[in-house]
Design a protein around this ligand. Structure first.
Ligand code: SAH
Length: 253
């Protein structure tokens, strides 16, 4: 997959792309990422990329000309089918959008700064606006990196062990199960015995059940489209909860 990242601050983006799994994906040729400095496409003497807003008000707005020129310069290297603007006004990034984007052969990620971009960029150049959550950052660089990292995990070979991807939270809609590592006992807290007994079917069942338990208590809205086996596990969880409360115990806040 090819990804073009357009930013005024390439030095904020580039180092992150060189580390760990992303760096390896790039070196292995699974990901081809090019970072372009929007300022290189400003044509005036001061290489201006922003200007004050029409109508007045605080802050600066990123100008049309350098952004259009920067995106258009990618023709031939990028299909420009998906030009994504990082924006708090966009569609909220989730695993479903991540998978959809992972099926693309290429995409452009446009990182804004200041008060954002001139609306005409959003209207004509941009195909999607993507938000990473309902809060405001100072620039689109972190959101672009978040998006690239999430999408890269869906490309086979980027994460060495595909099974670790398929058991992550959200891969199968629900949250992931709890995990433990050595020592088997720490400060009086023991690891659930089933995980140490080597019965793989029992371990898989325990993990699914605990994933359902976590989802039920933290993100119940994700519990849709459940299999018969999941419903059985949830019924067990509900029984266990009822028992642990006891028949006469009142629930006190
Ligand atoms: N005035 C804008 C916010 C500008 S913040 C507004 O009210 O919507 C500057 C830039 O940071 C944005 O243009 C966007 O590129 C990026 N950004 C900030 N928060 C973001 C978020 N939650 N998701 C994606 N991009 C974000």
């Amino acid at each position: 997959m090819r990804v073009d990242i357009l930013t005024l601050f390439p030095e904020m983006v580039t180092p992150y792309l060189q580390g760990s799994l992303l760096g390896k994906a790039v070196r292995d040729g699974r990901l081809d990422i090019e970072v372009t400095n929007i300022r290189d496409f400003a044509t005036d003497r001061h290489r201006t990329t922003d200007d004050s807003p029409f109508g007045g008000g605080p802050g600066m707005v990123m100008k049309c000309e350098p952004i259009f020129a920067a995106v258009e310069s990618l023709r031939g290297r990028n299909s420009l089918e998906r030009v994504l603007l990082m924006s708090p006004r966009g569609r909220k990034l989730d695993q479903r959008l991540v998978r959809e984007l992972a099926a693309q052969r290429d995409m452009v990620l446009l990182c804004a700064r200041y008060e954002g971009v001139d609306e005409r960029v959003s209207q004509t150049l941009v195909t999607d606006e993507v938000s990473i959550g309902d809060y405001v950052l100072s620039g689109g660089e972190l959101p672009a990196l978040v998006l690239v990292e999430a999408v890269s995990r869906m490309i086979p070979g980027v994460v060495g062990d595909w099974e670790s991807v398929t058991t992550d939270s959200f891969f199968n809609v629900i949250l992931g199960p709890p995990q433990y590592t050595r020592p088997a006992e720490f400060r009086g807290m023991a690891v659930p015995p089933v995980l140490r007994e080597g019965n793989h079917a029992a371990i898989a069942r325990w993990r699914r059940k605990e994933a359902l338990r976590a989802t039920r208590s933290r993100r119940p809205e994700l519990l849709t489209d459940l299999s018969k086996e999941d419903l059985k596990l949830l019924a067990e969880i509900e029984r266990e909860d009822a028992e642990s409360l006891g028949p006469d115990r009142e629930i006190t806040p």
